[in-house]
Design a protein. Sequence first.
Length: 493
Amino acid sequence: MADRQRWNSRMIFLFAAVGSAIGLGNLWRFPYLTFKYGGGAFLIPYLIALLVLGIPLLIMEFAIGQRMQQGAVHAFKKVNHRLAGIGFGAVFSGFVVCVYYAAVMAWALVYLIKSFAVKVPWTGGAEGYFYNNVLKITDGIGTIGHFNWVLFFALLAVWVLIYFCVWKGTKSVGKVVMITMPLPIILLVVLFIRGVTLPGALTGIIFYLKPNFGALFDTEVWLAAVSQIFFTLSLAFGIMIAYASYNKETSDISKNAYVTALVNSAVSLFSGFVVFSVLGYMATAQGVGVADVVTSGPGLAFVAFPQALSLMPFAAFFSVLFFLTLLSLGIDSAFSLVEAVNATFLDTSKKLATKKVAFYVCFVSFVLGIIFTTGAGLYFLDLIDHFITNFGLVIVGIFEAIAIGWIFGAEKLRTYINSVSDWKVGKWWNYAIKYFVPAVLIIMVVAQFINETKENYGGYPGWAIAVGWLTVIIPIVIGIVLAIKPMKVEVNV
Ligand code: PHE
């Protein structure tokens, strides 16, 4: 029997975990949320959510993976054979995310290649360039449009890249993260220096951080902070469980969790300076307010930022740097998702070959991802992302916390954590996992559900919303429930 794969050192594990955490969410979500939900004041709910929800859950995921020495599905199965569905829900969510995350990276790859030009091709029309030239977007989710060969091949290239990152499991991942974790940070520092020395940078930064304490009375702000913490720490996807399962059972859990969480948040905060100094510059150059140019998500990374870059001296050079930053930020998050899926298959049988499993997982993800390269791709991406981040993750999080807090026993896991960790975890952690985390997450799900019944998300037609439910939420819920109550199906042949 082959031994379990291992990270070569604790540092490599940390690079991999931090690499997974630091992703597009740090650059295109955090700065925008901060600006939108109270500027500097948003840091209060954000830090509270980090301390009372993010870190306890991260400690829990690291601990359960390391203790059980299995990926999410089998780790929960070891807690109780009826709980395997929780692991399934986590890994399934991760799988869905990696399918569309790779599509976003494909856009970044196209931009990177196009940046090697004397004059970047979106000069004077970044918005039209993104929607019409790159995405060839249609007028609604019901119209698929023509086949987009460029994005198709870009997606293929991204998947080939991901495959070669994960094909030898921890061996290849361990090498790749030594580059893909620090590289985007270094690139962000370069972009930061460029950004803050531009005229108008300060105006942008003031917009980013000027506190509005009134925002703290708005529940929406708190919910946004919680869901950002979940996404940014890659929680409830089975990733951190799988990654920790490749540690020795004696690795220091609490230090690992604090380091991962703090580095990740520091990168988020820092990214905000990069984004807002550049947006401040653009607003000043165009004589408009910062609020008029700020967006999040694809609109920020593929419209606002490229437009600002095109106004700068050495536009092509800085565009190359920026899209390289996006790609290197995203790649280790993308392959961490694939690793969580691979771990599930590899745990089922010791005979399976890592390379084969990796190949099939990448291949299937690629094929499913083709939908995101079509003219309706952005709409589908937005829809699926909405359901995963607002429901999928939260539902998995609730079950994870209840399973560990109540069935495995928070105190039992804490005793293990403290037996291997220098920084001891106090009793507060038990309360967080048993009461606080499930309560907050249940409130979130209910609030979100009520929102959902008021109007169709994003104005999408009913059938599209049904697709969201059917491809995201129903499988997760059914997976969890079926495992809890195994049906005895008698098959008589
Ligand atoms: N944490 C990553 C980010 O902030 C995203 C991610 C989510 C990666 C889930 C893997 C799994 O972008």
